[in-house]
Design a protein around this ligand. Structure first.
Ligand code: ACO
Length: 333
C-alpha cells in the first residue's frame, strides 16, 4: 500500500515503544527483529523468556535491542495488580483476582500501556478480536471527547478511480455489532479524524444505508439519518452526508440523480456502515472481488493506541500494524 511507506517514515521520526503481547509466537518474533532493524519502534515482547529464547535460536532471529518481559516474574506485577484492582473494584474485582488476571499477557501488556511503560499495544495473531479489545476497553478506555472505540480498514483498490483514486476508509467493520444513533455519529467523527491524522486525507463521509435521502422508510434508515444530523451538529465543518446508498456515495452520475447538491455524494472517500455485519461483509467483498488491499482493523477512540491482528497475519502484517500504532502514539501524546 502506497500510504504504508509514509507511515513507516513517520514512525521513524519520533520512535515510540510498542508492546507485542504474543511474544512467544513465531511471526511476532520475526516481526520484532524487522521492526527493530528498520527503526520503526522500540519493541517489548511479553512471554516466557526461556520459551522466547529457545524459539529465537531455532528461528535464527536476532532480537538485539528488543526488551523481553515475563508477566509471571516481572517486578511490575504487584503495581499492575494494585492499579487493576483500583480500576475494576467497582466491577467486583478483588485484590486476589486482580493478581491472577494481570498475569495474563494481554492484561499485563494493556497495563503497561495504561501506566506509560509502553506507548501502544499490538496483539491478536493468536487471540480473537474480542479477547484483545476487552482488556483495552476495561483498562485504557476511550480518549477524551470520544465515547466509542471503533475501527477502520484502509482499502486500496487497484485500477479504480472511486474514493481517492481507489483509496478509501471503511468503518466500523470489526468492533461495534449494532451501534446506536450516538455511537454511529461518534464512529463517523472518529473515522474522519483518523482519515486526516493517519492518512492525510480530506474526509468526505458517506453514512451508508439501503436508502438515499428518504427513498425508503424504515427504523434502520431513521437511525442513519439521525446519526448524520447528530454528527453535523457535533462537527459543523465536517463534510458528511446521509443516508446514502453505496452507488450514490461513490458515483457522481448516480449522486446527481439521487442526491443532487450533496457535498459528499459521488465523491465519498470514507464509508460508514450502519452496523457490523454490513461492514464486515462489505470490506471482505471488496477485498476478495476487487482484489483490494485491506489493512486493518485499525482501532480508533482508545485513550492510547491498541491494535488487533488477524489470526492469519504474516510477520510483515505485524510490522505494518506496529508502524501504524507508533504513528497513532505520536498523535496521542
Ligand atoms: N467503545 C467503548 N467502550 C466499550 C465498547 C466500545 N465499542 N464496547 C464495550 N465497551 C465497554 C463496556 O461499556 C464495558 O465497560 P465497563 O466494564 O467499564 O463497564 C467494557 O467495555 C467491557 O464491556 P463488555 O460488555 O465486557 O464487553 P463486550 O462483551 O460488550 O465486548 C467487544 C466488547 C469485545 C468489542 C464486543 O462488542 C465484540 O466482540 N465485538 C465484535 C468483535 C468481533 O468479533 N469482530 C469481528 C471480527 S474482526 C475481523 O473480521 C477483522
Amino acid at each position: 500500500m502506497r500510504l504504508m511507506k509514509q507511515i513507516w517514515e513517520k514512525a521513524k521520526t519520533d520512535k515510540k515503544t510498542i508492546v507485542l503481547a504474543e511474544g512467544e509466537e513465531e511471526r511476532n518474533l520475526k516481526a520484532g527483529e524487522k521492526i527493530t532493524k528498520n527503526g520503526l519502534a522500540n519493541v517489548i515482547m511479553v512471554g516466557n523468556i526461556d520459551v522466547i529464547k529457545e524459539k529465537v535460536s531455532k528461528l535464527n532471529v536476532d532480537l538485539t535491542g528488543v526488551t523481553l518481559v515475563d508477566p509471571q516474574t516481572s517486578d511490575k506485577l504487584e503495581k499492575y495488580a494494585h492499579e487493576f484492582y483500583e480500576l475494576r473494584k467497582k466491577k467486583g474485582i478483588t485484590p486476589d483476582k486482580a493478581n491472577k488476571i494481570v498475569r495474563d499477557p494481554l492484561y499485563f501488556a494493556t497495563m503497561m500501556v495504561k501506566l506509560g511503560d509502553a506507548d501502544g499495544l499490538v496483539s491478536g495473531s493468536i487471540h480473537t478480536t474480542g479477547d484483545l479489545l476487552r482488556p483495552g476497553l476495561q483498562i485504557v478506555k476511550t480518549a477524551p471527547g470520544t465515547s466509542v472505540v471503533s475501527s477502520i480498514f484502509m482499502m486500496e483498490v487497484p485500477n479504480c478511480d472511486l474514493g481517492d483514486n481507489g483509496f478509501l476508509l471503511f468503518s466500523d467493520c470489526a468492533v461495534n455489532p449494532v451501534p446506536n444513533t450516538e455511537q454511529l455519529a461518534a464512529i463517523a467523527i472518529s473515522t474522519a479524524e483518523t482519515a486526516k491524522s493517519l492518512c492525510g486525507m480530506d474526509p468526505k463521509v458517506a453514512m451508508l444505508s439501503f436508502s438515499t435521502k428518504g427513498s425508503a422508510q424504515h427504523e434502520n434508515v431513521d437511525k442513519v439519518r439521525e446519526a448524520t444530523k447528530l454528527a453535523k451538529q457535533m462537527q459543523p465543518d465536517l463534510k458528511i452526508d446521509g443516508e446514502l446508498q453505496l452507488d450514490a456515495s461513490l458515483i457522481q452520475e448516480v449522486a446527481n440523480l439521487k442526491a443532487p447538491g450533496s457535498p459528499v455524494a459521488g465523491k465519498a472517500n470514507v464509508l460508514i456502515f450502519p452496523e457490523l455485519q454490513a461492514g464486515n461483509i462489505g470490506y471482505k467483498l471488496v477485498q476478495r472481488f476487487a482484489k483490494a488491499e485491506a489493512i486493518g482493523p485499525i482501532c480508533q477512540g482508545f485513550a492510547k493506541p491498541i491494535n488487533d491482528l488477524s489470526r492469519g497475519c504474516s510477520s510483515d502484517d505485524i510490522v505494518n500494524v506496529v508502524a501504524v500504532t507508533a504513528v497513532q502514539a505520536q498523535a496521542a501524546k
